[in-house]
Design a protein around this ligand. Structure first.
Ligand SMILES: [Zn+2]
Length: 129
């Protein structure tokens, strides 16, 4: 869980969910998922836009791609977990699990999403060396 109040900006994980997430058979990684919520929350809003990471010019394309994919999930036309269509924040968390755990299939099946996430998460390595 991601905390509020005194636990604001803190993350609490159970050891079992941490182990389960990093096991080879799991699709779901709670540690990555909750950590992404924290990154998302760092700019003050849990809205699926990680403003500290995403270049300004990519916010619009990211929103477009996110909403397009959420639509597809809701129509049952996507392989991405239904939970990602809950809202923008869950979309970012779920698609980030996918990005870090199965980058090859994400790149193959969702090249635009992959390219956007690659820029968001690899910004440090690319631009500020
Ligand atoms: Zn979540």
């Amino acid at each position: 869980m991601v905390g509020d109040g005194v636990l604001n900006r803190k993350m609490i994980l159970s050891l079992s969910s941490l182990r389960e997430g990093f096991s080879m058979t799991s699709d779901h990684n709670t540690a990555i998922h909750e950590f992404v919520h924290l990154i998302d929350k760092a700019d003050g809003e849990v809205d699926g836009i990680p403003e500290y990471l995403i270049p300004k010019a990519l916010i619009k394309p990211w929103l477009t791609e996110m909403h397009r994919t959420i639509e597809r999930i809701r129509k049952g036309q996507s392989d991405i977990a239904d939970y990602a269509a809950t809202n923008e924040a869950e979309f970012l968390a779920v698609i980030s699990e996918y990005f870090f755990q199965k980058p090859t299939s994400l790149q193959k099946d969702h090249p635009r999403l992959y390219a956007l996430l690659d820029t968001i998460y690899n910004k440090e390595a690319g631009q500020h060396k």
